[in-house]
Design a protein around this ligand. Sequence first.
Ligand code: PLP
Length: 391
Amino acid sequence: MVEQADRIKKLPPYLFARIEKKIAEKKKQGVDIISLGIGDPDKPTPQFIIDRLVKEAHVPENHRYPTSVGLLEYRKAVANYYKKRHEVNLNPEDEIVTLIGSKEGIGHISFCYVNPGDINLVPDPGYPVYGIGTILAGGEPYIMPLKEENDYLPDLDSIPADVADKAKLMFINYPNNPTGALATEEFFQKVVQFAKKHDIVVCHDAAYTEIAYDGVRPISFLEVEGAKEVGIEFNSLSKPFNMTGWRIGWAAGKPDVIEALGRIKSNLDSGAFQAIQYAAIEALNNPDESVEEMRKVYTERRDVVVEGLNKMGWNLEKPKGSFYIWAPVPKGYTSSEFAELVLEKAGVIITPGNGYGKYGEGYFRIALTVDKDRAQEALDRMQEAIGKVEF
Ligand SMILES: *Cc1c(COP(=O)(O)O)cnc(C)c1O
């Protein structure tokens, strides 16, 4: 066997391997498993978006290589969407690049800025791609802990000045996966000041900006004054339009950063299928009805899960954004032990918090991606199997 590269060997071990083995065993035994594990919407893509895809799939021009930065028409739709939703002005010519899902851009941005030994500031717990992209580019993640007592916002003042000066990128993500936390405008302003002072490119992951409850409208990082001078925002149709399989998103903001990302991409991929870009235009032009319906569905599920857990002894507030419930594990268990217990005794899959970094230890995540009745059944089973919990 040919020896693999160091960058592959440096990738962290897959933490869910053990639990996946357990799931396979249970399924083989015929256990009816309810998965609250995966952050992948269960509902189909709205019909009007599918209709546009079908129409565009018949158009021969769409069968050819797209441009890697994406159709100007798509980038214009993104700009209009930002104007309408966030009162943010973006130039579709040089402030937006099309992505094959935002994960693709999040993974590639480190290749634009990180030399071997460079540092990126990475939240923990967090979406694993920030740190993994950093490692693949030869850099080192510097962990910014997200703590409950700080409302899951990183404490920028605790980052040593020499680390901050050396850092190239800062990744942040609000509404947050896995904690469900929202950013404040003050926090984003602080990030802009910090980035200016230490010359850092801010990469805000806005995948859940549309997923919010109780009338709350999460802000875009680009709404904050000076944001476009220090960074970019990654965004995606995956979560608001149930389009995770379609692989379509964008990055928007500081032109030289957008240019760099576009340049890397033009050397690696040839852009997103144009029929999908047209379908995405359709979605971005008509977001209101389907997204509002989706918020209603997640709100009901959120209430079932939070109220169910609180009946068992948790003391959780209902999150205002994302489709996750982030909760502490009861006394006497690690994250993995508790997840295994819940699977073993209740046939319910929850995600151990340490899968999102070491500061996720002591927590678990529930994704609201099963319907309300299934969520209720999962909570009933947990209550029956585990009963009252203590902390
Ligand atoms: C789901 C998710 C994304 C979206 O990924 P796509 O590649 O656009 O499907 C990005 N960031 C976070 C934190 C997510 O949970």
